[in-house]
Design a binder for this molecule. Structure first.
Ligand SMILES: [Zn+2]
Length: 309
């Protein structure tokens, strides 16, 4: 062998050797890389698995919470509906109670008004039933001089009747009718002395025209004897005057009625003697064409509460 051949051979061996060395090294690198990736993949898989598990658990917990909340909401809704029902029932009860209280208050109001209204004001008096001698009207006022025939005299009238009387007299004036009071409130004592004066003049006949029933009405303070011009202040001629005709046609509008009309079964005819019974009752009597003393006392009493309305 020559040296050249040996060198070539050696170079070849060296070359082959280093080539295989490179290949081996490369393979080793690949293995290492694979291992690394495999390890990463494994780690990632593990992470994914644990994350999935965690998420699943979380989801379950949340689902449970949602379910619990739904239940709570359902219960609360039920409670709310129940409460709404109860509330409505309670409101109904309160409404009913308010109605009852309203009715009761109304009744109390009526009773209160009645208790404050003098029941004598609509009482029918008779030859056997008189007003108590100690009776005095709750409040009296003096009639204006312009409405009194004899201005030197002071005539008193029940204060609550006064506005009705004044309206009537003023409206009559608009029709040229002059109405004057010749007598209004008379106390028991005044009446007693008047009666004894009549008795002195007319003897026992005084009973037939002076008073008995009529006197009670004057003692009430709600009754007036009227006169007008042209009859010299006498009550006797009143029946034949335009003032009397006007009264017959209009007095009821102001709550006044003639207590003792012609032909009545209770007392002598007194066309001048008018009693205040309230507008409601006076209109009713006029409408039905009956007189105060014709009515039953119980029927009359129903008007007591509205006598001054
Ligand atoms: Zn009279």
């Amino acid at each position: 062998m020559n040296a050249h051949y040996i060198i070539v051979t050696l170079l070849f061996i060296l070359g082959a050797g280093s080539a295989s060395g490179v290949w081996w090294w490369q393979e080793k690198e690949k293995d290492a890389l694979r291992t690394t990736y495999e390890h990463r993949i494994e780690t990632l898989n593990e992470t994914t698995a644990s994350t999935t598990l965690a998420l699943t658990t979380e989801k379950e917990i949340l689902s449970k919470k949602v379910a619990t909340l739904s239940e709570t909401i359902f219960e609360l809704t039920g409670d709310r509906d129940g409460l709404q029902d109860s509330l409505e029932k309670e409101q109904e009860k309160v409404g009913a109670i308010e109605k009852q209280v309203g009715k009761a208050l109304k009744t109390v109001g009526v009773l209160d008004k009645l208790s404050k209204t003098d029941e004598e004001l609509l009482q029918k008096y008779s030859k056997v039933y008189f007003l108590n001698e100690h009776y005095i009207p709750s409040k009296l006022s003096s009639i204006q001089k312009a409405y009194v025939y004899d201005e030197s005299r002071d005539h008193k009238l029940h204060s609550q009747v006064m506005p009705f009387f004044e309206d009537m007299v003023e409206d009559a004036l608009k029709s040229d009718v002059k109405l004057y009071a010749s007598s209004a409130y008379r106390s028991f004592d005044e009446q007693a002395s008047l009666k004894s004066a009549y008795a002195v003049t007319y003897g026992s006949g005084a009973n037939t025209f002076s008073a008995d029933q009529g006197y009670s009405e004057h003692q009430l303070g709600t009754t007036i004897d009227f006169v007008t011009t042209g009859i010299q202040g006498n009550i006797d001629g009143f029946e034949n005057t335009p003032a009397f005709t006007w009264m017959v046609e209009n007095a009821h509008k102001y709550g006044f009625v003639m207590s003792y009309p012609k032909g009545n079964a209770y007392y002598v005819y007194e066309p001048w003697h008018w009693r205040f019974v309230g507008e409601d009752l006076a209109r009713e009597l006029k409408k039905d064409g009956v007189y105060f003393y014709d009515l039953d006392q119980r029927e009359i009493n129903e008007y007591l509460i509205s006598i001054f309305d």
